[in-house]
Design a binder for this molecule. Structure first.
Ligand code: ADP
Ligand code: MG
Length: 274
């Protein structure tokens, strides 16, 4: 387990990212400040190309920031990656076709040198968590897209990370599967007491899942607003039918359109120090 330090789980300070390119450089991120505390579920939402993936990738140390500082569990992003402080889930489930489902889930543990019986035990436990008991000896191509994405989530959880970085993990799924996985994810999150940073372009998904929604704007990529989602926990199917849920969906949509800037009902930021 990753020890829970006293400070924030993620601290992004003055981060900018410029991709050099033709005909001109792309400012993917400009002066991003974001703090995520332990146990939060924060969604990043914004139009395509506004820098959501780039922000997640600089936090995961897959992309180097041009400026600024990133701390994960109080340490530099690189150290946190080396320490396997988080699990990452990408938009497409990146599974290895020649490995069984169980051995895909075990992969991070194999890399960490965890002994075989312990790996097998852990994989079985995780496959149970994502409701894939009985599929451990199948191969990825024998599973539906939704099932493959659940395998990717199980694998991301394999090393017991208390932090999950998820980049549109349900983007390619049909609405029904997506809503079911939303419920599963929120249950995993509360059961493990984990912290999640989640990229999506779905407003209903962001509002349903999150404790806060960070709205980004494009060109250059900036954080325009953070909205507190004060819906009661635990979230359930009925949450999507409450008046407050619809109100928050409308607020997030207004901020995304850029016309909600002065709406007093919207939490005016800064509670969690960004
Ligand atoms: P989002 O995930 O919000 O759709 P991205 O973070 O993928 O946006 O991209 C933000 C901007 O940075 C886009 O204009 C994109 O074309 C550019 N970009 C992203 N990655 C690279 C890269 N490796 N090289 C050059 N430009 C990139
Ligand atoms: Mg993206």
């Amino acid at each position: 387990m990753t020890p829970a330090g006293p400070g924030p789980v993620i601290s992004v300070r003055g981060v900018s990212k410029v991709f050099e390119g033709e005909p001109e450089p792309v400012i993917a991120l400009e002066e991003i400040d974001l703090t995520v505390q332990a146990g939060e579920f924060v969604s990043l939402i914004g139009p395509s190309g506004c820098g959501k993936s780039t922000l997640l990738r600089v936090i995961a140390d897959l992309v180097e920031p041009t400026r600024g500082e990133i701390l994960v569990n109080g340490k530099p992003a690189r150290q946190a990656r080396l320490d396997r402080d988080y699990g990452m889930v990408f938009q497409a489930p990146v599974l290895m076709d020649w490995r069984t489902i169980a051995r895909n889930v075990e992969l991070p543990l194999e890399i960490m040198g965890v002994p075989r019986p312990e790996r097998a035990r852990r994989a079985a436990e995780l496959l149970h968590l994502v409701e894939l008991d009985g599929f451990s000896q199948r191969h990825p191509w024998q599973l539906s897209g939704g099932m493959q994405q659940r395998v990717a989530i199980a694998r991301a959880l394999a090393s017991n990370p208390l932090l999950l970085l998820m980049d549109e993990p349900f983007g390619a799924l049909d609405e029904m599967t997506r809503e079911r996985l939303n419920l599963e994810l929120i249950q995993i999150w509360s059961r493990l007491g984990a912290t999640v940073l989640f990229v999506t372009h779905s407003i209903p998904e962001a509002v349903f899942l999150s404790t806060r929604v960070a709205v980004m704007s494009a060109r250059p990529g900036r954080l325009s607003r953070i909205i507190e989602i004060d819906l009661p926990q635990p979230r359930a199917v009925a949450t999507r039918e409450t008046a407050r849920y619809f109100e928050l969906v409308t607020q997030v949509r207004a901020v995304l359109r850029g016309d909600g800037a002065d709406t007093p009902a919207i939490a005016s930021t800064n509670r969690a120090g960004w």
